[in-house]
Design a protein around this ligand. Structure first.
Ligand SMILES: [Zn+2]
Length: 129
């Protein structure tokens, strides 16, 4: 979960795609992941809770509930999701997720503090024209 978040932060679409469960890699095109990662600036990740569900004797799902914040254009969004992971070839991979909420928190104005956490004004920091 944290490594996928980090991959979004550095816009590493290859890694993001590779951490989808194999059956989902087909539906999740590299170009779309790349475009989304490039449009968004990921700001914060809060892991709320995680749990495990056994599927017989060896397999299991891992659920991770998290809230992540990102900037898209001049808006800061918060996505609250419960993700489901499955182990494949010894790695935890993202299978799917249930969106609990997905809201715009605020609009960022030119002179407001930059949402990236620097102490600079948005227009002097991450604002793109
Ligand atoms: Zn900034």
């Amino acid at each position: 979960m944290r490594s996928r978040f980090s991959a979004y932060c550095i816009k590493d679409a290859h890694y993001i795609l590779s951490t989808y469960a194999l059956e989902k890699q087909i539906d999740n095109a590299f170009d779309e992941i790349k475009e989304w990662a490039e449009q968004t600036q990921w700001l914060a990740l809060n892991i709320i809770t995680s749990s495990t569900e056994k599927l017989g004797s060896t397999e299991q799902y891992d659920f991770v509930e998290f809230a992540a914040e990102y900037r898209l254009g001049d808006e800061v969004w918060r996505m609250h999701e419960r993700s489901r992971f499955i182990q494949e070839s010894g790695e935890w991979r993202y299978l799917d997720g249930e969106i609990i909420s997905h809201d715009c928190l605020k609009k960022v104005t030119r002179n407001s503090p930059c949402p990236c956490g620097s102490t600079r004004k948005y227009k002097r920091c991450c604002m793109t024209t």
